[in-house]
Design a binder for this molecule. Structure first.
Ligand code: DP6
Length: 360
């Protein structure tokens, strides 16, 4: 699949060497992307909150080389990370057509995360979007005539080819990725800002991430996506994602937080139900994930507060709640939920407005 819109015109200038830097946040899906077709095309549309504090900072140093092929080194917190190389090489192969300069330079990719490494938080979304943004920034130097809109569009397009969910991290704070008949401008190729009214109840929404299990995931997302092929419930699941987005459009307009909670929690549990019913089946939740969910349900019933949870492809729990209920809910999290986290670790986050260029 070649998307000609993203193939650049011949570059007007050339740089021998230099560096660019970007910070890009993680995001948490409300309606989940689980299942994909070739070329990183999602099997269903998804919608996510962009986070503010959980982010990857990447500096890309480039210097002209004469050898053929790709050449790059990757560092995390200053330490060389050869295990990241295959994924980045695959990313470069997928995007070379759209960034022909990739073989002209040797790259030094220096990256760090604001969240603990291997915390189980999706660092591929923030990491791949930060790298995509650095590359588009470099391209901008070679071909300066580009609007901010087309800059973000290309960054999201490329980020998706690194990791699907990464295309939702370029901008904030509510992003749709995947074609949906009732969302104008939605596309399988890029994430777009949610184009309709968002009720003030969602202003500064909070996400506290409870780090239940910081270990390496037993089954990667890529393997999980593949298991949706031939999954007995796949078609119903993909259709359900469309319907859930339709419901969310109404929820975002009216600010109906009870309806929001019901969609978001159902999506999280459906994602894990897909894992538990695939062939081979697997479970990524841990006993403490369920402890936390049960406590959230009990607390919500008792207090009537609008606290809910969602899950990624892992055991960690994202606790979502509106800002105006945050003091009571944060107290509950600290007194009753944090004890179920590994080393009592958790991260307090809120909605954010997307990636930022870093001056170096
Ligand atoms: C459960 O974006 O990590 O977090 O495209 O293979 O890199 P790849 O998958 P990835 O999958 C994320 C899955 C999810 C749901 C979501 O973020 O929508």
């Amino acid at each position: 699949m070649i998307v000609s819109e993203f193939i650049p015109k011949p570059y007007k200038s050339f740089l021998e060497s230099g560096s660019v830097a970007y910070s890009s946040p993680s995001n948490i899906a409300l309606v989940k992307y689980w299942g994909k077709k070739d070329y990183q095309i999602p099997a269903n549309p998804s919608i996510s909150f962009t986070l503010n504090n959980c982010k990857t900072l990447t500096t890309l140093k480039f210097s002209k080389k004469t050898t053929k092929g790709f050449s790059f080194d990757v560092f995390l917190d200053g330490v060389v990370q050869n295990e990241f190389k295959p994924k980045i090489k695959q990313f470069f192969e997928r995007i070379e057509l759209y960034l022909p300069f990739l073989t002209w330079y040797h790259f030094k990719i220096e990256t760090s995360n604001t969240f603990p490494h291997s915390s189980g938080i999706a660092s591929s979304a923030s990491g791949m979007s930060a790298l995509a943004l650095c590359l588009v920034q470099l391209e901008q130097y070679l071909n300066p005539e580009r609007t901010k809109t087309s800059f973000n569009k290309k960054a999201s397009f490329l980020a998706r080819l690194g990791s699907g969910s990464a295309c939702r991290s370029v901008q904030g704070n509510l992003i749709v990725w995947g074609l949906h008949s009732n969302i104008i401008g939605s596309s399988d190729l890029v994430g777009i800002k949610y184009p309709y009214e968002i009720h003030s109840s969602f202003n500064n929404f909070c996400d506290t991430i409870l780090l239940v299990d910081k270990g390496e995931k037993e089954v990667s997302s890529t393997v999980g996506h593949d298991l949706m092929y031939g999954h007995p419930f796949a078609q119903q699941r993909f259709a359900q994602a469309h319907t859930n987005i339709d419901t969310l459009i109404e929820v975002f307009k009216t600010g109906d937080l009870s309806a929001f909670i019901s969609i978001v929690e159902r999506e999280a549990l459906t994602l894990h139900a897909m894992m538990m019913s695939s062939d081979p089946y697997f479970i990524l939740m841990k006993p403490n994930t369920l402890e936390i969910i049960n406590k959230i349900w009990k607390f919500r019933k008792k207090t009537g507060l609008h606290i809910c949870f969602t899950l990624d492809a892992g055991a960690n729990v994202h606790v979502l709640f509106p800002k105006n209920e945050s003091s009571e809910i944060r107290q509950f999290i600290k007194s009753s939920l944090v004890m179920h986290c590994q080393n009592e670790q958790f991260i307090e986050d809120t909605l954010g407005d997307g990636a930022k260029s870093i001056k170096i």
